[in-house]
Design a binder for this molecule. Structure first.
Ligand code: TEU
Length: 579
């Protein structure tokens, strides 16, 4: 039984409570974090070299995106050997050193677990594909053609059909993602046993948990029925038949028994679930059911998708965002637990997407961080978010690396006569995942101090002023604000356990809520717009009475006096009152 770290020995938590409820997680996308050997790609030693940054920030857990052996078709989410570190990132020895260094600093390591699919270069798939009678044939999802074509109409997340024909055997295999990411057949007990064995191997090595990639997709409806085709679309949506499919809870409970149940409670699991609803999340994260600790849902990051999906955008509807958060807060208030995020390696940068990265860059980065971090749940920070890193000003298709964007560009017809090329380029420039994948901006040197070589993806030109070195000692920086938010979570029990109430849900500018426990109340007020706003009469009156003697915990416009009557663009103020 490892001991709890000081930051996690939280006064508000009963001894039986889970440590991760008081924790803040920091995600590292290794190829873009820090390069130690000049090959232009980030690596594990680069992370070890920057642990001071994480310790200084105050985060409790590092979630590491995949570093396993991989052909890198999807930047490591296509794994060819679960037991090996890709030489591009270093060695197993480096990883052991990372685990030890994190533990020595009181931090934990959560690894990515990508087991809905493997790489097509994994030995399991090679054997499965070798011939129809292979003992591993049934480890993947093979089907005969239907009328000489794909076995059903499902589309892949990365454009085109979700099926690939294997010429030699005449059968198709299923791949919800790239054709180099064949889906495993979880209905085969040997597959599940092999995965649990691998998970146990990693936990025995000292890691502290898993972030489980698309884990709600592992149980497919056995009949694999056709999905509905959107207007103008080619491929059907199979999600109703693989999202939280028939046996998913059974499999997660089995995983819990085989991997987690006999270990101490210091582990943490979070499942990525594109299809999650609050009702499903409650099932997945109810501790009594022994499945997962938390899930990542996608509701709030889908609200600005236009009619054509993620590469078409509509403006932020703050009311819809607030309703979504409030629903999740309420649904998991007395069972289950939320994870809180704006950013990860798949999402455009929040300050550019939901905030304003020109006139109100600092204000909106800090306001967005605040409204998120002070809700109930475990906050996740994606590398560079703590610096207010922005989207990349992409201008050419040559600057993109992500297969999702490149496939879409090709499939959406940009190539045929070129007439829609500019429109499609604009779509992927705003919605593409590469926005999150440009290198972390450490300083103002060439390549932002990320590498001494040629970076695998261009560095954002704003690193000349937007970088960690410039912010480290500046108390008015985005970095300092994140540091404060994290410390607050560790110090204020009400942030962990307090009841959440959304105020003025229909207000299109104001994001306001309270958190309250038996002794303390917090009031969070944020103007999520570029227009100044007058506070309504009721709120002004409350501020002058109930909150008159409240302490100002945070305020992102130190130049302005907090006036109780109006909020400047993207102004956020947090008040604390002891009852
Ligand atoms: O992502 C799952 C997923 O469905 C989306 O978030 C995905 O990024 C896509 O953009 C949807 O349009 C997970 C990983 O986070 C992602 O990086 C991987 O590419 C994907 O699974 C496959 O492993």
């Amino acid at each position: 039984m490892t001991t709890l770290q000081p930051a996690l020995q939280h006064p508000s938590l009963r001894p039986t409570d889970e440590w991760w409820k008081a924790a803040v997680v920091y995600q590292v996308y290794p190829r873009s974090f820090a390069d130690s050997n000049g090959d232009g790609v980030g690596d594990i030693r680069g992370i070890i070299n920057h642990l001071d940054h994480l310790e200084d920030l105050g985060v409790d857990v590092l979630w590491l995106s995949p570093v396993y052996a991989s052909p890198q078709d999807d930047n490591g989410y296509d794994i060819s050997d679960y037991y090996a570190v890709d030489p591009m990132f270093g060695t197993l020895h480096d990883l052991d050193e990372l685990i030890a260094s994190l533990h020595a600093r009181g931090m934990k390591l959560v690894m990515d677990l990508v087991v809905n699919h493997t790489s097509d270069e994994h030995a399991w798939f090679q054997e499965s594909r070798a011939d129809r009678s292979s003992t591993k044939r049934d480890w993947y999802i093979w089907r005969d053609p239907r009328d000489g074509a794909e076995p059903n109409n499902w589309g892949s997340f990365f454009s085109g059909p979700a099926w690939e024909l294997d010429q030699d055997s005449g059968q198709y295999f299923l791949h919800l993602f790239s054709r180099k990411q064949p889906d495993l057949n979880w209905d085969n007990p040997e597959v599940r046993a092999a995965i649990y064995q691998m998970m146990n191997w990693w936990l025995d090595r000292g890691i502290d948990g898993f972030r489980m990639d698309v884990i709600s997709f592992i149980s497919k409806h056995p009949a694999l029925p056709d999905g509905l085709i959107d207007d103008g679309g080619t491929w059907g949506n199979g999600m109703p038949f693989y999202g939280s499919g028939p046996r998913v809870h059974e499999y997660l409970q089995e995983m819990h028994r085989e991997v987690f149940a006999h270990r101490d409670a210091d582990l943490m699991t979070v499942g990525e679930m594109v299809d999650a609803t609050p009702e499903l999340a409650r099932l997945y994260t109810d501790q009594a059911r022994q499945e997962l600790d938390m899930v990542f849902h996608f509701e709030h990051v889908g609200l600005d998708h236009g009619p054509g999906g993620k590469f078409t955008r509509k403006p932020l509807d703050l009311v819809a965002v607030k309703h979504s958060f409030a629903r999740w807060q309420e649904a998991l208030a007395d069972g289950g637990w939320n994870s809180l995020y704006w950013n990860n390696h798949d999402q455009p940068r929040a300050v550019s997407r939901f905030g304003n990265d020109t006139d109100y860059w600092y204000q909106s980065a800090t306001a967005l961080a605040t409204v998120l971090h002070l809700m109930r749940g475990t906050p996740y920070i994606y590398q560079g978010e703590e610096l207010g890193m922005t989207n990349m000003p992409f201008s050419s298709i040559d600057d993109f690396r992500d297969l999702e964007s490149l496939n879409y560009y090709r499939e959406a017809g940009a190539g045929s006569d070129g007439s829609r090329a500019a429109e499609i380029l604009a779509g992927i420039a705003i919605g593409g995942r590469d926005n999150a994948r440009t290198p972390v901006q450490w300083d103002n040197r060439q390549h932002a101090g990320f590498t001494t070589g040629k970076p695998w993806i261009p560095v954002n030109p704003n690193h000349t002023w937007l970088n960690a070195a410039a912010q480290r000692t500046d108390p008015g920086s985005v970095l300092a604000w994140y540091r404060r938010l994290i410390r607050l979570r560790h110090e204020e029990p009400v942030i962990i356990e307090g009841h959440f109430s959304l105020l003025y849900p229909e207000d299109p500018q104001l994001f306001a809520y309270t958190r309250a426990n038996a002794s303390t109340s917090l009031l969070v007020l944020a103007n999520c717009s570029t227009q100044p706003m007058a506070l309504n009469l009721e709120l002004t009156r409350n501020l002058a009475t109930d909150w008159a003697t409240a302490e100002i915990l945070l305020h992102n416009q130190p130049g302005h006096r907090w006036a109780h009557q109006e909020l400047q663009p993207w102004e956020v103020v947090v008040l604390r009152r002891v009852i």
